[in-house]
Design a protein around this ligand. Structure first.
Ligand SMILES: C[S@@+](CC[C@H](N)C(=O)[O-])C[C@H]1O[C@@H](n2cnc3c(N)ncnc32)[C@H](O)[C@@H]1O
Length: 331
């Protein structure tokens, strides 16, 4: 997956002339802070250089994870066409770009978005990207707020997103924020986290909290029973993300792509479309293993169980459909 062309060009423009060694150092500092899940009261992205490092090394991956998750939301709820987005911990606007790619109405004159972000450096770079790549976008309001202090007064929005943020918040602020975000969700709430065991645990806590609050699961879970995945395993997905030349230089990497592992949870006020939920009876939880005449899929199933299922050529059409499935697909 790649960034939309206009956004890619804007990122290139913003990064033009930035010294690669400085960017590489800033990217390494950022990566260490994210990996350690440091919560020391300082912004991970505290200055312009750190924001530029985020654009070079993280935006393509977080965009890909959010876009892939929204793609599953669109399949589960084909009638959902959000006109308003509330994105919290917006960073450089990743979720707005992904959501308006999925639902172009968000980009149009009737679309509106409120992007809440604490770091001034992130807000600055996000505003610059929008001015360069989407000057004609509808009403987009950036708002400064500290999520730990609670959100300001806001109206409900059709789509609410919280992507790659929960790791920066300690409990119980995280639970309080989730409760508030659910109250502000008119249609769908999407949570995205890094595809690590810790990211998955946070989503499992959020899943319990949101189900208890009356939310309907849209994706990825094909059921609302207890999650059948048992530690040390964890539920996560993967997207191949194209690396720009600058990204390769900054990461000192030769390979022109990377695998972004992520987990997500999408819940809605309305239950998923009956027609579609009837079709999605399982979710593929790992890369398929295929051999001549057979394919093995790790599945989470609508009866609440998870299993490795082997499909063989003798099963005809069922085998042919299984063969076409990829990690993350519903079947
Ligand atoms: C890893 S970035 C994710 C950005 C974007 N959502 C994405 O997926 O690319 C987390 C963002 O949350 C913001 N953030 C973290 N804690 C916050 C807080 N307490 N108040 C406001 N923003 C916060 C950070 O400044 C950062 O921009």
């Amino acid at each position: 997956m790649e960034l939309p062309p206009a956004l890619r060009e804007a990122v290139e423009e913003v990064l033009a002339g930035v010294a690669v060694p400085a960017l590489a150092e800033a990217a390494e500092r950022l990566s260490q802070r994210y990996r350690a899940e440091l919560r020391d009261g300082r912004w991970h992205v505290a200055d312009e250089l750190a924001a530029q490092a985020y654009l070079a090394t993280r935006l393509p991956a977080t965009y890909a994870a959010i876009r892939a998750s929204l793609g599953q939301v669109a399949l589960a709820a084909p009638d959902f066409a959000p006109q308003s987005l509330l994105d919290v911990g917006a960073g450089p606007g990743s979720a707005w770009w992904a959501a308006s790619d999925c639902w172009p109405g968000l980009h149009g004159p009737r679309g509106s978005a409120r992007l809440i972000e604490g770091s001034p450096a992130m807000r600055g770079i996000g505003q610059r990207l929008l001015a360069l790549a989407a000057p004609d976008a509808g009403q987009i309001h950036w708002q400064a707020a500290d999520l730990l202090a609670g959100l300001p007064d806001l109206a409900p929005h059709d789509l609410v997103t919280l992507a790659y943020v929960q790791g920066e918040l300690a409990s119980p602020a995280r639970e309080a924020l989730l409760a508030r975000l659910w109250a502000l969700t008119a249609g769908t709430l999407l949570l995205v986290e890094p595809g690590t065991p810790a990211g998955w645990q946070r989503l499992m806590q959020a899943r319990s909290q949101l189900l208890a609050a009356g939310a309907s699961l849209l994706a990825p879970c094909p059921h609302a029973a207890d999650c059948p995945i048992v530690v040390p395993d964890w539920c996560h997905f993967s997207r191949k993300v194209a690396r720009s030349r600058l990204h390769r230089l900054v990461k000192r990497a030769d390979v022109p792509w990377e695998d972004e592992k992520f987990c997500y949870l999408a819940v809605a006020r309305q239950p998923a479309s009956a027609a579609i939920t009837a079709k999605i009876t399982a979710r593929v939880l790992a890369a398929p293993h295929a051999a001549s005449g057979r394919v093995s899929l790790k599945l989470c199933q609508s009866d609440g169980s998870a299993m490795l299922r082997l499909f063989t050529k003798r099963e005809g059409e069922v085998y042919k459909s299984a063969r076409r499935l990829d990690w993350g697909d519903g079947m």
